[in-house]
Write a protein that binds this ligand. Structure first.
Ligand code: CP3
Length: 356
């Protein structure tokens, strides 16, 4: 942190300014899963190592992060890692099985299992992530901010209880309904570990943070209030002050105000809501990120352009819009369309703000 001039360059980037709801010359854009299987450079690295090996190798994580950010010309890079990595030092046995996605071999199914989750007192077991943050930070252009991230406690708890992906979350939700004391204990452990982990990413060099609550849209507002909100508020209160935080979820049309009350400077929106209507509901106190449907990237170029313009028009040049998809880039997405989208956002957002 000795180079004040370099720090100032991140601080004045369109992405960080938009997080603070300051006006920017162009709308900043980055894309969830911008380093992923749709990109041939990523597949070439993955041909040599497993996904977990890639996450645990700071040099390779740096390569895929920086390659994606530079090839796309986006306004922010996101650390290459996974939300589930934190579950390993907490005592869960995580595997990314071929073609199956993540599997946890010793899921938390009852009250007594919660004690298997060890408090994380030291981030050393996740030191490879902080090494990657330091290495990415020094490899990135100084004006490109680096986003660190973690899974939000509800989404992590879903994986911990279900033992993998799920459609209805019946195991996680019935655990919650059956034994709120055990659920709260599980969430508290996840909150403490996540706060330590995110603050370590900031100390290692991340300029902003995103909390992925990808599956929280499965809850009713009534349940969000009881089982998630207090834990999220406790988590936000523990995070390093002054660092912009993006609070992301999907299918959260009925939860937006509650998510805003939980915390975060930027609220992530998916494509199931209209950006302008959602932002009006959230009010002027937060920025928004989103919200193009990732499947639009499979459409003809004219449709991509129309839809990108529609999102920009709905934001209407209000300070505090970060362009993104409503969820991650899908594996079969044509790379050229992704590159074109980033260009379109930059070109059209500049025009839409020109006087006259
Ligand atoms: O956005 C980025 O480019 C940064 C890296 C990143 C990954 N996962 C890489 C990844 C981030 C931010 C995540 C977050 C993540 N991981 C979430 C929340 C975001 C979301 O999509 O809702 C979730 C739910 C996970 C858990 C996870 N990781 C699943 C369910 C899967 C398997 C399904 C899939 O898409 O492959 C993963 C694997 C994963 N994480 C891949 C990547 C690039 C694909 C792994 C591969 O190379 O085969």
């Amino acid at each position: 942190m000795s180079e004040t001039s370099t720090v100032a360059r991140w601080d004045e980037s369109p992405f960080v300014k938009a997080c603070r709801r300051e006006p920017t010359e162009v709308t900043p854009v980055w894309l969830m899963r911008q380093a992923g299987r749709y990109m041939p450079e990523y597949r070439a690295v993955r041909a040599k190592v497993s996904f977990l090996e890639l996450c645990k190798d700071p040099a390779l994580a740096t390569e895929v992060t920086v390659t994606a950010a530079e090839r796309l010309g986006v306004d922010a890079a996101i650390l290459f890692a996974d939300i589930l990595l934190i579950l390993e030092p907490l005592g869960l046995d995580l595997e990314f099985a071929k073609g199956e996605g993540p599997v946890i071999h010793n899921p938390i199914r009852e009250r007594t299992h919660v004690d298997r989750i060890q408090p994380l007192t030291d981030v050393a077991p996740l030191g490879y992530v902080m090494d990657a943050v330091r290495s990415i930070r020094s490899a990135l252009r100084p004006e490109t901010p680096l986003i660190g991230f973690a899974g939000a406690p509800f989404t992590l708890a879903c994986y911990a209880v279900e033992g993998g992906g799920s459609r209805h979350y019946e195991l996680a939700k019935s655990f919650m309904y059956r034994d709120q004391g055990a659920w709260d204990a599980l969430m508290e452990r996840l909150v403490d570990a996540t706060a330590l982990y995110l603050n370590a990413q900031v100390a290692a060099g991340a300029q902003a943070l995103q909390l992925f609550d990808s599956w929280v849209g499965n809850l009713s507002p009534f349940d969000y209030r009881r089982f998630v909100l207090p834990h999220m508020q406790r988590l936000f209160a523990k995070l390093t002050p002054g660092v912009p935080i993006i609070h992301f979820g999907t299918d959260t049309g009925s939860l937006l105000e509650l998510q805003r009350d939980a915390g975060g400077h930027v609220i992530g929106l998916d494509w199931r809501v209209e950006l302008d209507a959602a932002w009006n509901r959230l009010g002027t106190g937060v920025a928004v990120q989103g919200n193009l449907d990732p499947v639009v990237l499979f459409a003809p170029r004219t449709e991509i352009e129309n839809q990108a313009r529609r999102v920009l028009n709905q934001a209407a040049g209000r300070p505090g819009h970060i362009f993104n998809l409503g969820h991650g880039i899908l594996p079969h997405t044509p790379v050229d369309n992704v590159v074109a989208l980033v260009d379109l956002v930059h070109t059209h957002s500049q025009k839409s703000r020109a006087p006259g």
